[in-house]
Design a protein around this ligand. Structure first.
Ligand code: IDP
Ligand code: MG
Length: 153
């Protein structure tokens, strides 16, 4: 069972898209195991986007990510990292496939409504960056039986 980090970016909060984004992940059959609202501090932005710190757009990206609170979530499921990446769509909203969160809900390369982890390795690092162990919940969710019916056979 994998866990992946999803962050709703400031544009999602400002544009009233949180329910829509969470609803899509719930309906897919993923299990929400952690959730909190926060303001991202300088250190967290720089760590989280360390692959972009030297890019010309980094100052703008940082300003954007700090312009409103974000909501961080941990979603769990079989092959959840790749599944959520598919649901999120390509980085640039105007080019992302229709049917994806970014393709349906955004136009911009920067303001693309969600962050989602891009590999199992990064998902583990990112979940640990944003959540303490006791902020992640281990509980039985009854519909899982039907979400995965027969997959283990
Ligand atoms: P991803 O979010 O699809 O994984 P990354 O390349 O990891 O894409 O970039 C992280 C975030 O940085 C993007 O989601 C977007 O908000 C921002 N970003 C990426 N490229 C650009 C750019 O060329 N201009 C402005 N912001 C960018
Ligand atoms: Mg990325």
């Amino acid at each position: 069972m994998e866990r992946t980090l999803v962050i709703t970016k400031p544009d999602a909060l400002q544009r009233n898209l949180l329910g829509e984004i969470i609803g899509r992940l719930e309906k897919k059959g993923l299990k929400l195991v952690g959730m909190k609202m926060m303001s991202i501090d300088d250190l967290k932005v720089e760590e989280h986007y360390s692959h972009h710190v030297d890019k010309p757009f980094f100052a703008s990206l940082k300003k954007f990510m700090q312009s409103s609170p974000v909501v961080c979530m941990v979603w769990e499921g079989n092959e959840a990292v790749a599944a959520v990446r598919l649901i999120a769509g390509e980085t640039k909203g105007s080019e992302a496939d229709a049917g994806t969160i970014r393709g349906d809900l955004s136009m911009s390369v920067q303001a693309n409504v969600v962050h989602v982890s891009d590999s199992v390795e990064n998902a583990n690092l990112e979940v640990a960056r944003f959540f303490e162990k006791d902020e992640i919940f281990d509980y039985k969710k009854l519909d899982m039986h039907y979400v995965y019916f027969g997959d283990d056979e």
